[in-house]
Design a protein around this ligand. Structure first.
Ligand SMILES: CC(C)(COP(=O)(O)OP(=O)(O)OC[C@H]1O[C@@H](n2cnc3c(N)ncnc32)[C@H](O)[C@@H]1OP(=O)(O)O)[C@@H](O)C(=O)NCCC(=O)NCCS
Length: 165
């Protein structure tokens, strides 16, 4: 049975480890190896994850029989409305397609709704069709596209999606 629990500061290295094991296959045909390395070192350093936790991000871990499957990270009151933001969701390659991604999103949506958030926003790379199809299946809608300059000559070419709560 899939179980979801909140990740405390002491276990943030699990988020880092899952990201490092999931990004290469997810972005192999989307981003260069250099950009994957740059983004992992920047977004998934323990300092960055701890700073996000202190800023109010919540990290959830999905597990089955004590084995970690993946994580989600989100923030309440990200936008006016108020709106929550799903910042990250990554399931280990061998754990994809088991319902854990959906379980994590439903838990985030439930927590956001209980905190009076009107919707849940997310950014997804516009070439990550598997993830876009998954979000559409859950009920998200595309609201606009955006290109974000993340420095060192790298860009994030994203679709912004929203789920009304
Ligand atoms: C995208 C991701 C989060 C989805 O989580 P998952 O655990 O694999 O998906 P689930 O098993 O929970 O699927 C939930 C539902 O979506 C459907 N679904 C999943 N992937 C789909 C796809 N590519 N196309 C259409 N439907 C899809 C499932 O069939 C299921 O439908 P159901 O509720 O009718 O049974 C996960 O595969 C993942 O981490 N991928 C790699 C990393 C990534 O791209 N993260 C997102 C970055 S923005």
């Amino acid at each position: 049975m899939i179980q979801i629990r909140q990740i405390p500061k002491e276990e943030l290295s699990k988020v880092q480890s899952i990201a490092h094991r999931t990004w290469p296959s997810t972005f192999a045909n989307i981003l260069s190896t250099e950009q994957i390395k740059y983004m992992l070192n920047w977004m998934y350093s323990l300092e960055m994850l701890e700073a996000q936790l202190e800023k109010g991000h919540t990290f959830l871990l999905a597990e089955e029989d004590g084995e970690e499957l993946g994580f989600a990270g989100f923030e309440l009151n990200y936008g006016e409305g108020p709106k929550a933001k799903l910042h990250k969701i990554y399931l280990l390659p061998e754990a994809q397609g088991k319902g854990a991604g959906k379980a994590l999103i439903l838990e985030v949506a439930d927590r956001a709704k209980k905190s009076d958030q009107k919707s849940l926003l997310l950014n997804v790379n516009k070439y990550n069709q598997k993830a876009i199809d998954f979000y559409l299946r859950i009920g998200f809608q595309e609201i606009y596209k955006e290109v974000i300059d993340i420095g060192s000559g790298y860009m994030m070419d994203d679709v912004v999606m929203e789920l009304n709560l």
